[in-house]
Design a protein around this ligand. Structure first.
Ligand code: 13P
Ligand code: SF4
Length: 321
């Protein structure tokens, strides 16, 4: 069967291959570094040179001196790496590893939507395409969204895109009213107060720690709200023994390493399906990581003029950090 040009050729992988050893060999041969997000499967996280949240990964990508950045995350993250480091070849194990926030906010639709908000400062969450970044004044991540919003002079009006839940939470933290683009994450939107309440009955002592992509009805009740890296910092220092985790459960792998004495209970999706796994993040597998390094594809390619326009709001964010 003929494959679409960007689909990994899984049939070409020798089933007897020691994938981890081959990936390490190819990484050295190609002068590559492997960056991975906390939602990647444990075997992928273990192979990475650096595991982090979106902000940390962007910073690592920018300073990388490698010929190749193999980005084990989703498309907008790999594209951000290319925006910040155009001299490295950036490959993503599966080009279909999108993001519901980025994929549902097309640049052309966003451009139209912005016409209703002239004279507003445009703050976009890093979970968006290069096209949307290029239409923004400043980018934020979940780690620095509050500081980014606070950096905007009080007399300026703000639009925040594309995550309405993160926008709502930041608005509560900062007291700034903002026009919110109606996007959401299909993973975090699955968590409901009903599920959390049921878990609290089972584990009344457990602390609720959540990502700000959750609905405000969840984050308002949480003991801690923060980016994936901030959640890890929180549990590392906290004295609690049981935590309810309101984000993609891939992060629990690192949580257990930091706190082997504690228990981490993922909040299940309310739909009953395994909705708390990010279907995009989980497209990357060891086999595809191997193929991406072996074949140097799929590669992130960006129009240079677009890259330059998307770089500006990224730099504005990195200057604030
Ligand atoms: P972090 O920046 O907190 O890692 O979040 C990225 C993300 O996609 C959360 O769903
Ligand atoms: Fe996007 Fe949500 Fe997946 Fe994060 S968890 S990459 S926001 S779909």
């Amino acid at each position: 069967m003929e494959l679409l040009p960007h689909r990994p050729d899984l049939d070409s992988v020798d089933p007897d291959l020691d994938l981890s050893a081959e990936i390490k060999r190819l990484r050295a041969e190609k002068k590559a570094i492997i960056l991975a997000h906390y939602y990647q499967e444990p075997a992928v996280q273990d192979l990475a040179d650096f595991v982090g949240d979106s902000l940390q990964l962007a910073i690592e990508a920018r300073k990388a001196k490698a010929d190749v950045i193999l980005f084990c995350g989703v498309h907008f993250m790999a594209e951000t790496a290319k925006i910040l480091n155009p001299n490295s070849i950036v490959v993503l194990p599966d080009m279909d590893a999108g993001c519901s926030l980025a994929d549902r906010c097309h640049a052309e639709i966003f451009r139209e939507w912005l016409k209703d908000y002239p004279d507003h400062v445009v703050i976009s969450y890093i979970n968006c395409s290069a096209g949307v970044k290029a239409l923004s004044d400043i980018i934020c991540t979940s780690a620095n969204a509050v500081s980014v919003v606070n950096s905007v002079p009080a007399d300026k009006k703000i639009v925040f895109a594309p995550d309405r839940h993160l926008g709502h939470w930041v608005s509560v933290q900062t007291g700034r009213g903002m026009a919110l683009y109606p996007g959401f994450c299909i993973v975090h939107e699955q968590f409901t107060p009903r599920r959390v309440a049921a878990m609290k009955v089972q584990s009344p002592e457990a602390k609720l720690i959540v990502h700000p992509e959750c609905d405000i009805s969840i984050s308002a009740k949480a003991d801690f709200v923060g980016s994936t890296a901030a959640m890890l910092n929180f549990i590392a220092k906290d004295t609690g023994k049981t935590f309810l985790i309101g984000t993609e459960p891939g992060i629990i792998y690192q949580m257990k390493k930091l706190r082997p004495d504690a228990e981490f209970l993922p909040i299940p999706a309310d739909s009953g399906r395994n909705g708390s796994l990010c279907p995009y993040m989980k497209l990357n597998t060891l086999e595809k990581v191997y193929l991406a390094l072996r074949d140097m594809k799929p590669e992130i390619v960006l129009d240079e003029a677009l890259r330059q326009r998307a770089l500006k709001p990224m730099e504005a964010m990195l200057l604030l950090r």
